[in-house]
Design a protein around this ligand. Structure first.
Ligand SMILES: Nc1ncnc2c1ncn2[C@@H]1O[C@H](COP(=O)(O)OP(=O)(O)OP(=O)(O)O)[C@@H](O)[C@H]1O
Ligand SMILES: [Mg+2]
Length: 260
């Protein structure tokens, strides 16, 4: 049987519809235009978001700058007031308050220098903080030295402020009651689980020491901040069974608590 050439066959309805429809380019043009408009809108939105993010960083920096200045002003005012105090006890309390406000300022200043990331290289931060504390507490008297040990750990920035303030209180105590070598040790015990210790080689804690029952404000501040980071406070002797050791065990997964 002889088959006919395809040109000799009659066109089907589909072929006719295809031939009578506008060329492909003409058909897709509206879709392409729409796509280009959508891409332009997306690019504009992205630029707007980048602008907003930049503005937010600038505002955060400005806010922190003002906070640090504000803390400095409060600390100076308290110092001035301590000089005008009528009793030596009042003068001493005002000086202590001034130095605590100044410590908070130092903690914020170190973070400010670290460029507003949401995570912080904790060891570097501690080293800077301890260099500041060493100038303040050890340099003049020459009776203590602060060393930061351990591997680096990246922790959420919201932890760095309470932990920095805890370190400040513990180092101040070691410089006051123990002198000698003060070690700040950072350890990562499991992924996301860290321990931060301050230990010294002084005379050690008084017998029956209970951090919840001390008269001073230092331990109260430490306990409150340990709670804030969702951590645990362990107290024991320093290396070689001498001196005092305070360890804060915390997990960077409990970030939510620290942000409150
Ligand atoms: N590293 C240490 N070595 C020996 N004793 C310490 C050490 N740290 C704390 N203590 C003891 O614990 C007590 C409580 O400390 P805490 O920081 O609460 O109060 P403070 O230092 O006496 O006063 P404040 O902190 O209000 O200036 C101290 O008075 C001291 O007897
Ligand atoms: Mg104290």
């Amino acid at each position: 049987m002889q088959t006919s050439h395809w040109l000799e066959r009659p066109f089907t309805a589909d072929t006719l519809a295809l031939l009578s429809s506008p060329p492909l380019e003409q058909k897709t043009r509206p879709a392409v235009t729409e796509l280009q408009a959508a891409l332009a809108r997306e690019a504009a939105l992205r630029r707007e978001m980048e602008d907003l993010a930049r503005r937010q960083v600038m505002l955060a920096q400005e806010f922190e700058h003002r906070l640090i200045n504000g803390l400095q002003v409060i600390s100076s005012m308290l110092s001035l007031q301590s000089r005008a105090a009528s009793t030596s006890e009042a003068a001493e309390q005002l000086t202590i308050a001034a130095s605590r406000v100044a410590a908070l300022g130092r903690v914020h200043r170190q973070l400010h220098l670290l460029d507003h990331q949401d995570r912080v290289e904790f060891k570097g931060y501690l080293e800077h903080l301890c260099a500041d504390l060493s100038r303040l507490l050890c340099e003049e008297t020459g009776d203590c030295a602060i060393v930061v040990e351990g591997a680096n750990a990246e922790i959420p920035t919201v932890f760095a402020i309470p932990l920095g303030f805890i370190v400040n209180e513990l180092i101040t105590n070691s410089a006051k009651y123990a002198k000698g070598n003060i070690i700040v040790r950072l350890e990562t015990t499991a992924p996301g689980c860290h321990s931060l210790s301050v230990l010294d080689d002084g005379p050690g804690l008084p017998a029956g020491f209970d951090p919840a029952g001390t008269k001073g404000l230092g331990m109260k501040i430490v306990r409150a901040l340990v709670k804030q980071v969702g951590g645990e406070l362990h107290i024991s002797t320093g290396d070689n069974g001498r001196g005092a050791r305070f360890t804060v065990a915390f997990s960077s997964a409990s970030e939510v608590n620290a942000a409150r």
